[in-house]
Ligand binder design. Structure first.
Ligand code: ADP
Ligand code: MG
Length: 251
């Protein structure tokens, strides 16, 4: 069953064409790993998926809603309501956590459910505490971000994304800002989500993780998908020379 489809997404910043027609199809439960060199457009693509950047062209489909960026003007295919709905239904986890520093871990998690989903505070707290437990931080509900390690902050950020009951989760290099010894605890949480059958799109440089957990790998180069396919095939025998030499750097 299809969960998220992006078709021919294009995006330029001024004269810099960053995405030159990128398409993605995620079925429910798919874990799609996006790999590629710095500047190849991975973050921009992820940001286009949840409209932190508005694509110049292309379309997005999320389980019943379509946003068509090819039609411009007031009669175009994107309404503010559809955009807000798409954003609400996708969870995003950033490299730099982006927690609210003046709020406790639990308050970070329950703010969205209370203010956006309209959950009552008691229900949101109960769900939030359960999510903290699931990411291994049951004892950190009252801690502020500054009192947490990077790995712990990122696990709070994942719990915060989950609290919004997203239909798919987007991760942009979730472990790149972490000290090496903290990477494993975050990957373990993400692996658990994959095992639960969550639909996830994951930009990562953790190649071993991508090979083990992803159902599909996309290699970006210069704003295009240069190669994609099953992880065992991409990692053992990439067809494109660029992908081959990119992967060599991680051996
Ligand atoms: N808001 C922006 N304004 C101008 N250029 C941008 C912006 N965001 C990204 N870029 C440029 O787009 C290109 C792709 O960036 P990005 O998507 O972050 O690549 P990646 O995540 O693969 O490293 C880079 O050249 C970057 O400098
Ligand atoms: Mg990036």
């Amino acid at each position: 069953m299809q969960a998220l489809v992006a078709t021919d997404i294009r995006k330029a910043f001024g004269s810099l064409e960053v995405l030159r027609g990128v398409s993605l199809r995620a079925n429910k439960g798919d874990v799609i790993a996006i790999i590629g060199g710095s500047g190849s457009g991975k973050s921009t693509f992820l940001r286009c998926l949840n409209l932190l950047e508005v694509p110049d062209a292309g379309s997005l489909w999320l389980n019943g809603i379509t946003l068509d960026f090819n039609r411009s003007g007031p009669a175009g295919g994107t309404t503010p309501k559809a955009k807000a709905e798409l954003r609400r239904r996708l969870g995003m986890v950033f490299q730099s956590f982006n927690l609210w520093t003046h709020m406790s871990a639990l308050d970070n998690i329950i703010a969205g459910p209370i203010h956006v989903l309209g959950q009552d505070r008691k229900e949101a707290r109960a769900i939030g505490l359960d999510l903290l437990d699931r990411v291994g931080l049951a004892d950190k509900a009252d801690a502020f971000p500054a009192q947490l390690s990077g790995g712990q902050q990122q696990r709070v950020a994942i719990a915060r994304a989950l609290a919004m009951r997203p239909e798919a989760l987007l991760f942009d290099e979730p472990t790149s800002a972490l000290d090496p010894e903290l990477v494993g605890e975050v990957l373990k949480v993400i692996q658990g989500l994959a095992a639960e059958g969550r639909t996830m799109i994951l930009v990562t440089h953790e190649m071993a993780f991508a090979r083990d957990v992803a159902t599909h790998v996309m290699f970006f180069h210069d704003g295009r998908v240069e190669e994609e396919g099953r992880p065992d095939l991409i990692f053992s025998n990439p067809g494109s020379e660029r992908c081959r030499s990119f992967l060599k750097k991680f051996l």
